[in-house]
Design a protein around this ligand. Structure first.
Ligand code: C5P
Length: 226
């Protein structure tokens, strides 16, 4: 195979993409791109600097100048911005909602394109996002679109928060998920949708093991692993 293989996994938040991607990357010893984290970092930097989330030119400038790195650590990967670990700060609902706003700005998506493509390195890449198979890696060997109903994703989020001892209001979370989905699916540039050649998996009622197996079996079919 001449080019570095990519497994593109797209889908809405809460579909289990993150966990599935991590498992696939560990199994195949591939690199991983968490593209959502990049949009979250930009949103965090914009909020911190008081940048207007609708100011395209300022956001583009900020996106091009982000001093961002992902640093492997014992319990996962740290997100480091200008030398500061902001891993937990980018996971708040506020940053997630702001990420979805800055991600709808065409100049931002363009500014972040090359940064994402640079993650493509041997022996291979698992790319987690919304437009991995449609825009960032249209030549990916494997394209998956992992979906699940809004209700199922809200229930998962509630369980996640409760497991961390945090308060979780199902109705509020459901409304936030529905709003973010709507913005991601209807934006003009790189809207959240399956690539024409993607395998769509509805993960509602499926276990993570089953999801991982489905992706791996497609990777096997494409000759990426045995
Ligand atoms: O996946 P995650 O929830 O971390 O992504 C945060 C937001 O970033 C999403 O709601 C989406 O608006 C945006 N995003 C995107 N394209 C990607 C990844 C994330 O627009 N490839």
């Amino acid at each position: 195979m001449s080019k570095v293989p990519v497994i593109a996994v797209d889908g809405p938040g809460g579909s289990g993409k993150g966990t599935v991607c991590k498992r696939i990357a560990d199994t195949l010893h591939y690199h991983i791109l968490d593209s959502g984290a990049i949009y979250r970092v930009l949103a965090y930097a914009a909020l911190q600097s008081g940048t207007d989330l609708a100011d395209s030119a300022s956001l583009e400038k900020l996106a091009l100048s982000l001093d961002l790195s992902f640093v492997p650590a014992d319990d996962g990967v740290l997100t480091v911005l200008s030398g500061k670990d902001i891993s937990s700060q980018i996971r708040t609902e506020e940053t997630g909602a702001a990420a979805s706003k800055v991600a709808a700005v065409p100049a931002v998506r363009k500014a972040l394109l090359e940064r994402q493509r640079m993650f493509r390195a041997a022996p291979g890449l698992v790319a987690d996002g919304r437009d991995m198979g449609t825009v960032v890696f249209p030549d990916a060997e494997v394209k998956i679109f992992l979906d699940a109903s809004c209700e199922e994703r809200a229930r998962r989020r509630v369980r996640q928060l409760e497991a961390r001892g945090k308060p979780a209001d199902y109705e509020k979370i459901l409304a936030e998920i529905a709003e973010r989905d709507h913005r991601d699916r209807t934006r003009a540039v790189a809207p959240l949708k399956p690539a024409d050649d993607a395998l769509v998996i509805d993960s509602t009622g499926m276990s993570i093991d089953e999801e991982v197996e489905k992706v791996l079996s497609l990777a096997r079919e494409k000759g990426l692993c045995s």
